[in-house]
Design a protein around this ligand. Structure first.
Ligand code: PLP
Length: 412
């Protein structure tokens, strides 16, 4: 079976060869370079099949059994299935599977709990907070009074003392824990305790680790947070989208914050694909995957450190690694460019100390391809060679192509 039937179908080739070439070109790029962007993954053929299905045609404003459109009896079953699977997977009282993205999930969480002007305590953007955690360029920074906590400059770990002090002095209405670049588990019990001390809501933005939670490879924020926001496309390996989990008492507020407050019609093809992904994530194979993701990241982090990069917090508990390449004689942005030229695709990120940019990478996608610890060692060696300028760039590119070729993300 081919994986992207809609792409390769003669239909598209005949009708729009220009677009067919673009899609096949991207498929080729993904198969011949290494996707080390920590937020990316390869969703399964079944997820892609649901995404490319006629459910995409259906208008379905509202919730199952209470829609504003006719003809929803079949998509209602799909949404109920997605909700039930999400609740079972994460042990949540309630799940909303309509959020179009991780950012939409966070917007809805704020809408459910806050009023414009409220104070919110979140990890500061220079330390790995997301745009929705108070960036002045984002609705969050414009509509709420964000106070940022940080990480300890030396260790890179969350500064728990600062969290508690800021909570007591600034009295936020909500505390947000979650990050785009934090490689360690968060202490959800600690955040719950501080939130209780000051009467604040706790919102866990678990966009990154939610897939590890599903696989039992990271702590579950659901028992601690009032609302948990997540994405379904990162380690969780489903379609691009968001999910919100909460206690029963907040179910109606959360649902109304998604529709009608911040969104219109639900994307039923994506919701069906989320149901598929939640089903996959409940299997022993996925648990093994999640644990391998972390094992791979630990080996990769240790090897990068051995090559001389400064790994933030000295390692990782998750799929995610951040590191400063400066000791190899190259700063973050230039390093990202050199690595990309070799086919090693990753991001820059802030570092806990100073203004220099670091590198952020993750093992979710390459582990889906079946790579293991031996490949991590090879990748770390490639990194060091490219960054030190000792490996010829075209030779490095060939080596990456050969390595990727041994682990095709999709069957041919
Ligand atoms: C990825 C991410 C988001 C946003 O997800 P999108 O689907 O890109 O909108 C929000 N918060 C955190 C912590 C993230 O890592």
């Amino acid at each position: 079976m081919t994986v992207t039937p809609a792409i390769e179908a003669d239909v598209l080739r005949r009708q729009d060869p220009e677009l067919a070439d673009i899609l096949l070109g991207e498929r080729e790029r993904q198969a011949t370079t290494l996707q080390l962007i920590a937020a990316e993954n390869f969703s399964s053929p079944a997820v892609l099949a649901a995404l490319g299905s006629p459910l995409a045609n259906k208008y379905a404003e509202g919730y199952p059994g209470a829609r504003h459109h006719g003809g929803c009896e079949i998509v209602d079953v799909a949404e109920r299935l997605a909700v039930e699977r999400a609740k079972a997977l994460f042990g949540a009282d309630h799940a909303n599977v309509q959020a179009h993205s991780g950012s939409s999930a966070v917007l809805a969480a704020y809408a459910a709990l806050l009023r414009p002007g409220d104070t919110v305590l979140a990890l500061g953007l220079p330390y790995g907070g997301h745009l929705t955690h108070g960036s002045p360029a984002n609705f969050s920074g414009r509509w709420f009074d964000f106070v940022g906590y940080g990480v300890e400059a030396e260790s890179g770990f969350v500064d728990h003392e600062q969290v508690r002090t800021l909570a007591h002095t600034r009295r936020p209405k909500a505390i947000v824990c979650g990050s785009i670049a934090y490689p360690r588990h968060l202490d959800y019990a600690f955040f719950r305790e501080v939130a209780d001390e000051v009467g604040a809501y706790l919102i866990a933005d678990a966009a990154h680790p939610l897939g590890l939670v599903a696989g039992g490879a990271a702590p579950n924020p659901v028992p601690y947070a009032d609302i948990v926001c997540g994405t379904t496309h990162k380690v969780l390996r489903g379609p691009r989208g968001g999910v919100i989990l909460c206690r029963a008492e907040l179910a109606e507020r959360v649902d109304r914050a998604v529709f009608p407050f911040t969104q219109g019609g639900a994307q039923m093809h994506t919701i069906a694909a989320k149901a598929v992904a939640f089903g996959e994530a409940a299997t022993p194979a996925f648990a093994a995957y999640a644990h391998q993701v972390v094992a791979n990241a630990r080996v990769l982090a240790a090897r990068l450190a051995a090559e001389g990069l400064v790994v933030t917090t000295g390692g990782t508990d998750t799929h995610l690694i951040t590191a400063d390449p400066a000791p190899l004689g190259v700063e973050g942005r230039a390093a990202r460019g050199r690595l990309a030229a070799a086919g090693l695709v990753l991001d820059c990120c802030a570092l806990p100390h100073g203004d220099a940019r670091g590198l952020r990478l993750g093992t979710a996608a390459i582990t889906t391809q079946g790579m293991g610890e031996a490949e991590m060692i090879r990748i770390a060696g490639l990194f060091a060679g490219v960054l030190r300028g000792v490996t010829d760039p075209s030779r490095a590119r060939e080596e990456v192509r050969e390595l990727a070729g041994g682990f095709p993300p999709y069957p041919a």
